[in-house]
Design a protein around this ligand. Structure first.
Ligand SMILES: [Zn+2]
Length: 116
């Protein structure tokens, strides 16, 4: 049984992550479909501009893949009972931060160091 830390119930976070996971998976699927579909255009100039589109879509797809990986990792962290702890320093992550960023694995301090 996982009771979380400081009496914080991980269930609402878990539900939200599962929702997010479904949302992001759907986004990735529609991007994939779009990229495949655009590759079938016959007109050359159209193809060129579509290729630019593909790049935008692909980077969007990549960031979605990243989101999905983070969401899956967060769900695993809930299962492991480590969800409320920073991956980097082991400090407790305030639940207010997790409500804003349910798939973050770091406390504010470490996130700032990693992202900068
Ligand atoms: Zn930290």
């Amino acid at each position: 049984m996982n009771h979380g830390v400081s009496g914080v119930d991980p269930e609402p976070f878990k539900r939200r992550l599962i929702e997010l996971k479904a949302e992001v998976s759907k986004r990735i699927q529609s991007i994939d479909k779009h990229i495949r579909h655009e590759g079938m255009s016959a007109d050359w100039s159209e193809q060129a501009s579509e290729r630019e589109n593909d790049e935008v879509l692909e980077s969007l797809g990549n960031s979605s893949e990243q989101d999905l990986a983070m969401i899956k990792f967060a769900l695993k962290r809930i299962e492991d009972g480590t969800y409320f702890y920073c991956e980097q320093c082991g400090d407790e992550i305030p639940s207010a931060r997790l409500e804003l960023l349910p798939f973050t694995a770091y406390c504010v301090n470490c996130a700032e160091k990693i992202e900068s």
